[in-house]
Ligand binder design. Structure first.
Ligand SMILES: Nc1ncnc2c1ncn2[C@@H]1O[C@H](COP(=O)(O)OP(=O)(O)O)[C@@H](O)[C@H]1O
Ligand code: SF4
Ligand SMILES: [Mg+2]
Length: 331
């Protein structure tokens, strides 16, 4: 699916720095990302690359962090916005689903009660009966069996997959325009993961949602994203349409991530991983932060950090790849 039109969410030069005992940790270092209605954009990268922090900053959910740059929802600037503005956008216009529903759901309230509270926060005119009918309808839409009974269950009475469905039902209960799903299937088994992804895509199609899918698992992305942004050390190092990314990855880090995916033509007992670990955001190396792990690194990589440049249909931040390609304008 290709979405056209103005981006509904537009991140520009988003930066987040935490003050830590080891010095300033630059967790997000200039992220640019557009998301349009009806499209699904995946943000991929190893743990610690800055995916969650970027999205938490987008929603104004970070405290004790320095956030700069711009996040626009339509014409509304969210960086530095008032608490009132953020409250009216968060959960209503832009909703978020997190990895672990058990920590996001309240253990002492029934599913129905929690859904009602979320809806009432933004739709105070809804009465008790309407809230219940809406909640049951939402649970039905999320393919939760016996929704009219499950609504009276407590979170611990549901399986992990069912709890994640409830979280998604809550997230879409105020008809948001953007849904940010942060590792929504990571804690679930493979079959349930596929079901949840299918549901998210169905919701995107039915509601023309802009879906931002955050995952460390490039495998999840293949069937569920239109475009992919690959993050490393707080920056986007490649942005590409999903098919192009899989067919011809531009950045050496993207290639390395792809090499780690299980494939039918590979023996199951051989699990490859990228050697080394991502850098500490409080102690970033000079130059390209991927250099210590990069098979293509040359001396110059250790002095200059490359910016994104257009190569074909992708934007790639690698000076060696750029030097060997027909490069378009810097982006
Ligand atoms: N409150 C915080 N204080 C200091 N560092 C943080 C804080 N939250 C996140 N970080 C650091 O920011 C980096 C990015 O984290 P995160 O966005 O959660 O990564 P991921 O890509 O796995 O979602 C990590 O190095 C993490 O340790
Ligand atoms: S700039 Fe150099 S170190 Fe960085 S990804 Fe490209 S080749 Fe590797
Ligand atoms: Mg995360």
């Amino acid at each position: 699916m290709t979405a056209t039109g103005e981006p509904i969410l537009r991140l520009r030069d988003l930066r987040v720095t935490f003050q830590t005992p080891a010095g300033p940790a630059r967790a997000v270092r200039g992220v640019d990302l557009d998301v349009r209605a009806g499209e699904s954009v995946a943000v991929v990268g190893e743990s610690g690359s800055g995916k969650s922090v970027s999205m938490l900053a987008t929603l104004g959910l970070l405290h004790n962090a320095e956030v700069s740059g711009s996040v626009k929802w339509g014409d509304t600037e969210l960086v530095g916005a008032s608490t009132d503005t953020l409250r009216s956008v968060r959960g209503r216009r832009i909703a978020m689903v997190f990895q672990d529903p058990m920590t996001s759901l309240n253990p002492v309230l029934t599913i129905g009660k929690q859904m009602s509270l979320v809806m009432k926060a933004h739709q105070p005119n809804l009465g008790k009966k309407e809230l219940r009918t809406k909640a049951v309808d939402l649970l039905n839409r999320l393919a939760i069996p016996q929704a009219d009974r499950r609504i009276d269950a407590y979170p611990h009475e549901l399986s992990g997959g069912m709890r994640q469905r409830v979280m998604i039902a809550m997230a879409i209960s105020n008809d948001p325009e953007v849904l940010i799903a942060d590792e929504p299937t990571t804690a679930l088994d493979v079959t349930v993961q596929a079901q949840i992804m299918e549901l998210l895509l169905k919701l995107r199609n039915e509601h023309n949602l802009a879906l931002v899918l955050i995952t460390h698992d490039l495998g999840v992305v293949a069937g569920s994203a239109d475009r992919v942004a690959v993050m490393y050390a707080g920056r986007i190092v490649e942005r590409a349409p999903v098919l192009g990314l899989f067919a011809s990855p531009g950045h050496p880090y993207t290639s390395a991530l792809l090499d780690c995916l299980p494939r039918l033509d590979r023996r199951h007992d051989v699990v490859s991983s990228i050697g080394g670990t991502p850098p500490n955001p409080a102690d970033l190396p000079e130059g390209c932060p991927f250099a210590p792990r990069c098979p293509k690194a040359i001396d110059a990589c250790r002095s200059d950090e490359p910016n994104l440049v257009r190569i074909g249909t992708s934007d790639v931040a690698c000076s060696v790849v750029a030097a060997g390609a027909a490069v378009g304008e810097p982006v």
